[in-house]
Design a protein around this ligand. Structure first.
Ligand SMILES: [Zn+2]
Length: 199
């Protein structure tokens, strides 16, 4: 913030006037299990509906409905195909962490807590019961960070068991369990006796 202040006072004031929980990961709510600071989610949706956006309202809604119908089915088929408990992209992240986990020096307190030291002297504290690390990644995302992975290896425990339930197969199946039903062309829809919609 001091660096920002030196660079642009007005930008500093603008950011300062807003609650930290909206823009600083150090203040994010850890209950959400999401560290996204961007609106990529809306951007992705916007990109998908691009071909529908300039259509008349019913055609637009129909196009979006068909996109969703296909997507729900495709996503569900993907979940049914993978055999692991943790979703593939998260599993990939875990596998990368596993490769790096051996490069840390651990001090175990004999219970559920560890001191984890990196090659450059940086140090983090991990609590396996509270599922947190002082780097905050684990708390924010619900996915064990590389430091926690190192501790779990030390105790010969499965990292997958410590991933939050939001990233598990069962939760994905729940998200995609409702399929959209097919519908006939608009020629067969019941006619409503309403006034036409004014542009
Ligand atoms: Zn960490």
């Amino acid at each position: 913030m001091e660096k920002l202040k030196a660079c642009d006072g007005r930008a500093y004031d603008w950011v300062r006037a807003r609650p930290e929980k909206h823009w600083a990961k150090s203040h994010f709510n850890v209950w959400l299990k999401c560290d996204m600071l961007l609106n990529n989610f809306c951007e992705s949706f916007n990109n998908v509906i691009l071909k529908a956006r300039d259509k008349p309202i019913i055609t637009m809604l129909e196009t979006i409905r068909v996109i969703l119908m296909k997507r729900l089915h495709n996503q569900r088929a993907k979940v049914l195909k993978f055999s692991g408990e943790v979703c593939p992209s998260i599993q990939k992240f875990l596998e990368n962490n596993k490769k790096e986990a051996s490069s840390y020096i651990l001090v175990w307190n004999g219970g559920d807590k560890f001191e984890v030291q990196g090659w450059n002297g940086d140090k983090w504290t991990v609590d396996l019961t509270l599922k947190n690390c002082s780097c905050r990644w684990w708390e924010l995302t619900g996915i064990p960070c590389v430091h926690a992975t190192s501790c779990l290896f030390y105790r010969r425990e499965s990292v997958e068991d410590y991933v939050d339930h939001w990233y598990k197969r069962g939760m994905s199946l729940r998200a995609y369990e409702y399929l959209l039903n097919p519908i006939t062309s608009s020629k067969e829809w019941p006619v409503a006796n309403l006034n036409p919609i004014v542009p």
